[in-house]
Design a protein around this ligand. Structure first.
Ligand code: NAP
Length: 312
């Protein structure tokens, strides 16, 4: 990898986890010349070898405590269930002035798990790029992943303002737009926009798999009718999503309750032949889709599963 730039934003970035998100950060940070050196940590030697071979990191370590030495930016990019142990292990090895952040898909539990291990003089500000695909691993990343997407930062009331400004600028230079909110609000918003949709996808694929009067080959053969899109989302990493649901329990249960109520409304409309209700609810949904396209978060182009990587 090239390690240039007279005065990059960070001298040494440590990526704890070099999967889809960690590798995409490496690509985008090198594209923008934001780092003197990027190093990484991954428990499996296979991942470390791939990351070095792909030029994502100039050195990689099995243990996070070795990777963070001398880093001025540490980014936790592993499943959120690993954060408490990682924070405990790296705490004593962080130098004063370092910014510690993360990319985890939930935020309140991350603040709860990581903050107690961050020493005085080190700045922890949690974050979540709303960008991803159903792919995993160091080969899945690409520099454009964050372009035009949102990154949510969830500072606490006493977070260092300069560190926050620097982290905000980092994400903008990676291509993102940045929004600030509380961890609790983040978890509620993401429960309905990301977590519950993934749960529904996992569930519908499992339901289809368990049908006795429809064969597996029919499910695959005729999957173009909407089901195929669910299978794409449901192929996302099982460990990452296990940790999301274990760590955003309350918000997910709240949103699932509302979802179930709306589902019963649709169920009743179908049972009683209430076409007016069905049409009204479907029209409202179409308006939301149009809003997403107008906001530049997707295109109106039909997607037949071909072309560039799909975002979840
Ligand atoms: P991924 O592709 O599966 O990569 C996970 C990485 O974490 C791998 O390098 C893995 O290493 C490493 N890892 C696992 N346990 C670790 C530990 N104890 N210490 C250090 N590294 C460890 O996952 P991802 O999609 O990049 O997701 C990473 C994080 O980003 C998650 O917290 C997720 O919630 C968040 N996120 C994901 C998306 C998405 O769409 N995928 C979007 C936004 C945010 P090995 O290969 O060596 O096991």
């Amino acid at each position: 990898m090239s390690e240039t730039q007279a005065s990059p934003m960070f001298q040494r970035i440590a990526l704890i986890g070099i999967g889809l998100i960690g590798s995409s950060i490496s690509h985008a940070a090198r594209r923008a010349g934001l780092a003197g050196t990027i190093v990484g940590c991954s428990p499996r030697s296979e991942t470390r070898e791939k990351a070095e071979k792909l030029g994502l990191v100039s050195a990689s370590y099995e243990h996070a405590s070795d990777a963070v030495r001398d880093a001025d930016l540490v980014l936790l990019c592993s499943p959120v269930g690993t954060y408490a142990a990682i924070a405990e292990a790296i705490g004593p090895h962080l130098k004063a002035g370092t910014i510690v952040s993360d990319v985890g898909s939930v935020k309140a539990s991350v603040v709860r798990d990581v903050s107690p291990h961050i020493p005085q003089g080190v700045h922890f500000i949690a974050g979540h790029p709303i960008a991803g695909t159903e792919q995993s691993g160091p080969e899945a990343g690409f520099a454009e992943l964050f372009d035009g997407r949102w990154c949510i930062l969830t500072p606490e009331a006493d977070s260092d303002r300069l560190a926050l400004a620097k982290l905000e600028s980092f994400w903008r230079k990676l291509g993102s737009q940045v929004e600030i909110m509380t961890p609790e609000h983040h978890d509620l918003v993401l429960a309905i926009t990301s977590h519950v949709p993934h749960l529904i996808a996992y569930n519908i694929v499992n339901t289809a798999a368990h049908l006795e009067r429809v064969t597996d080959s029919e499910v695959i053969k005729f999957s173009a009718g909407g089901f195929r899109d669910f299978t794409r989302i449901a192929s996302s990493d099982p460990i990452m999503w296990r940790d999301v649901f274990l760590n955003n329990r309350d918000a997910v249960l709240e949103m699932l309750g509302r979802f179930s109520e709306d589902l019963v409304t649709l169920q009743r409309a179908i049972r009683f032949g209430d076409g007016e209700t069905l049409e009204r609810m479907f029209a409202e949904s179409r308006d939301i889709r149009r809003g997403i396209i107008q906001a530049g978060q997707d295109t109106a182009a039909p997607n037949f599963g071909r072309g560039s990587p799909t975002k979840s």
